[in-house]
Write a new protein. Sequence first.
Length: 339
Amino acid sequence: MNVEKLAQTAQAMVAEGRGILAIDESSPTIKKRFKQVKLESTEENRRAYREMLLSTAGLGEFISGAILFDETLRQSTSDGVRFVDQMKEAGILPGIKVDKGAHRLAGHPGEKVTEGLDGLRPRLAEYAELGAEFAKWRAVITIGDGTPSSACVEANAHALARYAALCQEADLVPIVEPEVLMNGEHDLDTCFEVTEATLRSVFAALYEQNVLLEGAVLKASMVISGDRCPNKANLQEVAEGTLQCLYNSVPAAMAGVVFLSGGQTEVDATRHLNAMNQIGPHPWPLSFSYGRALQHSALKKWGENPADNVQEAQEILLRRARCNGQAAMGQYEAAMESA
Ligand code: 5MM
């Protein structure tokens, strides 16, 4: 394990004013996203879409790294340049999603555990060989009637920690992502309790597995009301609740915290991040690792006419990346949306 390299990469991932682009949708997820814009999920469409995103001029100013799916890591641009090489040229670190998805947790109806530990060591060695600098593993925690169970939280925390230790052994920085889903009627306080318990369990497991926190990045969900909650918390409450929760459970040694967007609108995700960074300074850089909140409008524009709308879609992506880059420094303003 190269401690210095891990710490340097982790710091680069959360460098000032930059964040991560999550484009690691698995085959079923990208099929769903393409369906919304009436596109067929063929290998060539997926390649062309990701080429459109990754070849956006100037993206590296706001995007430190991008998380790819296995298929994308092996693909090239239409000119035959490997995406990994194109990204490195643009100053964007290549990352790879290495989990095998969330599957039903036996004995716990409605709950899931993320799989993928079997054979992970040789897969990580191959990904490092292909040029990946960091990896990602996402656990899913569902708030519902009597859930999450401690069995679900602990099983996911254990898997995240085993994954993180294996990544560091291969000199890849692990992004540790325990996502508390925002689906449900629950209020902000419930989300706070579940997120805090989940994070405490994750950090206990990371400690147990000897994971180097300076060489790891937490990808967290914000503390937010459920999407069907009748009394939704406001911007300030989300920002303060999320910060309090992180302060209660995330060691200061962690290299950085990046947020997922989880179904928030693009602008809400930016405003929440900005509000948190206006309250700082914090023990760790607070940035973004958005999937939908960076891609939604760009995909919509591209999907209308993939042959002609590349430049317009790239402008939309670049604007969202810039707005989030500013939010990562607490300097976002609404006027930037139309700049
Ligand atoms: C981009 O989507 C990622 C992969 O999802 P699946 O395994 O379900 O295909 C996902 O892990 C994503 O990185 C996080 O959920 C954050 O994305 P959002 O859209 O919530 O910001």
